[in-house]
Design a protein. Structure first.
Length: 565
């Protein structure tokens, strides 16, 4: 069996020239790209299957071979590694993918004889492994790059099979690199697992880089690799280890932030920066890098200020990319609790100016994202009668002069005035759009006092518009979405009349095509007052009312569903 394995292995190594850009078959014919790829896929599948099942025969120096061919066997083992590297480097996902499982386990310490491991190699072979792995990392980074035609489309996602294949492959590559870096061979006399220098090396590749595809690939990988710092911080019992972890994590994140302002402006780049999010506890690729751990002391604020500065410098260039800018700003908003409102002022200035410009290219959803994020960034805006440096910054940002009632009023006036004016429109589509955007603004307010203040200002205006366009499906739908954003700002202690009005309106619209949203809206209101017998009694009366226009009774199943949901 061993002899057969070695025979097949040598034939595979002999076939390695097929991976070259131009390959001539034994008959003298030049293989087409398609023929070459088919051949490489077959070689990759056979080589990987052989390596996974017969690693001891292929790589171990303990295998019984004649002394005359011992040196040749050592050379063969190195050449077979080079073959696997060639498979991983080939520009085809189906050739690369089978090799990833091999590299994932390649640096494991406790592999059995039948599992591939660098420990099967002799000392010379293990020294060569570092060279192979370094070239492997560069090759895998290249395989994470999207093609030029996709870059030129200025898109983030696509249903094109090639793009979907690369997207799936790069996730497997990221997992493989996580495993490799966590066990990376150390320098002589040093322990393995030098992940800090590995990740910092990836980060440093971003410096002065102008290749959009490469920047996107590196940011994607970094968003996974930072999990290494979080894993060590969770498992470490040594204060020295934690300090080392903090320093490494800070260097990586600050390296990305320092380079971000010089990156080419492209949706993939914006999305890549957003992946490198600083918010802890989120289910994202950068979720492990908790700001409070990676940035000890005031480091978190320093890093976020740097990010705010970079974004505020470039935010106006994204007019044509307005549908993408919210990716990064939403990410920043989730980290706002680590900074004061004054520290976020430069970014808020940029957002306010951006909101006050008309952007024909932006979609309704993206404009809503932008409005909501603006109010999230403004969390902590001073209340009535407070005038300080932050107020002055806002005034300068909005080019306003004169005496202001409150800072929050200034914010609302600057961002929402165009919507409150147009919500009165006789055109249902325009009115519906404004109702949607006003609801998104409420969704971004973190302070319940400010939220209730804005609800009281908007309620009559919005409901008047909704009743004017009561027959329009889009208006009814955005109306229910607006109600869902209103409810969290109403005080639970009081039976607010707005809640009763919402229930009555929802029941009047029931059956008009937004039933799931109506049920959600009603159930949220009722669940807030389950212990209030007075409110539940009033709810029962509302449900007993017969719709005067349709003469249709509210179905008992709706009552049961809403009350007990």
């Amino acid at each position: 069996m061993g002899a057969a394995v070695l025979h097949v292995g040598r034939r595979l190594v002999d076939a390695m020239p097929v991976f070259h850009s131009v390959f001539q078959s034994p008959t003298g014919a030049i293989l087409t790209r398609e023929q070459q790829t088919i051949a490489c896929r077959s070689i990759s599948q056979i080589a990987c299957s052989l390596a996974m099942s017969h690693a001891f025969v292929l790589f171990s120096t303990d295998i019984e071979v004649p002394s005359s061919v011992s040196e040749q066997h050592q050379l063969f083992s190195v050449n077979f590694l080079e073959l696997l590297l060639a498979c991983s480097s080939y520009d085809d996902a189906d050739v690369v993918q089978p090799t990833l499982e091999i590299w994932f386990f390649f640096l494991e310490d406790n592999s059995s004889q039948n599992e591939i491991s660098w420990q099967l190699l002799d000392a010379a072979g293990q020294e060569h492994v570092v060279s192979v792995l370094s070239r492997l990392v560069n090759a895998l980074i290249e395989r994470c790059k999207y093609p030029l035609w996709f870059i030129e489309r200025h898109q983030i996602i696509s249903d094109d099979p090639e793009i979907e294949s690369i997207g799936s492959l790069r996730r497997e590559i990221a997992d493989t690199m996580l495993s490799l870096f966590s066990k990376w061979p150390g320098a002589p006399g040093k322990p393995s697992g030098d992940y800090i220098s590995c990740v910092e090396g990836i980060s440093q590749m971003l410096s002065d880089c102008k290749d959009i595809a490469l920047i996107d690939a590196l940011l994607f990988l970094l968003s996974y690799l930072v999990e290494l710092f979080d894993a060590v911080s969770s498992d470490s019992e040594s204060e020295d280890d934690l300090t080392s972890f903090q320093a490494g994590g800070m260097n990586v994140l600050l390296g990305v932030l320092n380079s971000a302002s010089d990156f080419p402006l492209h949706p993939l780049v914006i999305n890549g920066i957003a992946r490198c999010r600083l918010s802890p506890g989120t289910n994202s690729s950068f979720s492990g890098a908790s700001v409070s751990v990676v940035f000890p002391g005031g480091g978190a604020i320093t890093a976020l200020q740097q990010l705010f500065y970079n974004v505020s410098r470039t935010i106006f260039v994204f007019v044509c990319l307005a549908n993408k800018i919210v990716y990064i700003v939403q990410t920043i908003a989730q980290s706002s609790k680590y900074t004061t409102v004054a520290e976020r002022a430069p970014l808020l200035q940029a957002l306010l100016r951006f909101c006050n410009n008309q952007h024909k290219q932006i979609t309704q959803e993206s404009e809503g994202d932008l409005v909501e994020v603006t109010f999230r960034i403004a969390c902590g805006v001073p209340d009535a009668g407070t005038y300080n440096r932050f107020t002055a910054l806002m005034i300068n940002a909005m080019f306003l002069t004169g005496c202001l009632e409150t800072d929050f009023v200034v914010l609302c006036s600057s961002v929402l005035s165009p919507f409150t004016d147009r919500v009165r429109s006789d055109a249902p589509n325009e009115a519906s759009n404004c109702v949607y955007l006003l609801g998104r603004a409420l969704g971004g307010i973190c302070d319940q006092h400010h939220g209730l203040m804005l609800v009281n200002q908007l309620w009559t205006l919005v409901t008047s518009s909704l009743f004017q366009h009561n027959a329009n499906d889009a208006c009814r739908h955005t109306g229910v979405q607006f109600f869902l954003n209103v409810i969290p700002h109403l005080l639970k202690e009081d039976d607010h009349p707005i809640e009763t009005q919402i229930l009555e309106t929802c029941l009047r619209w029931y059956g008009e095509g937004v039933d799931p949203d109506i049920l959600t809206c009603c159930s949220r209101i009722i669940s807030r007052h389950r212990t209030s017998t007075t409110f539940l009694a009033s709810v029962n009366k509302v449900f007993e009312v017969r719709d005067m226009e349709t003469k249709r009774c509210i179905p008992p199943v709706l009552i049961v569903f809403v009350v007990f949901l």
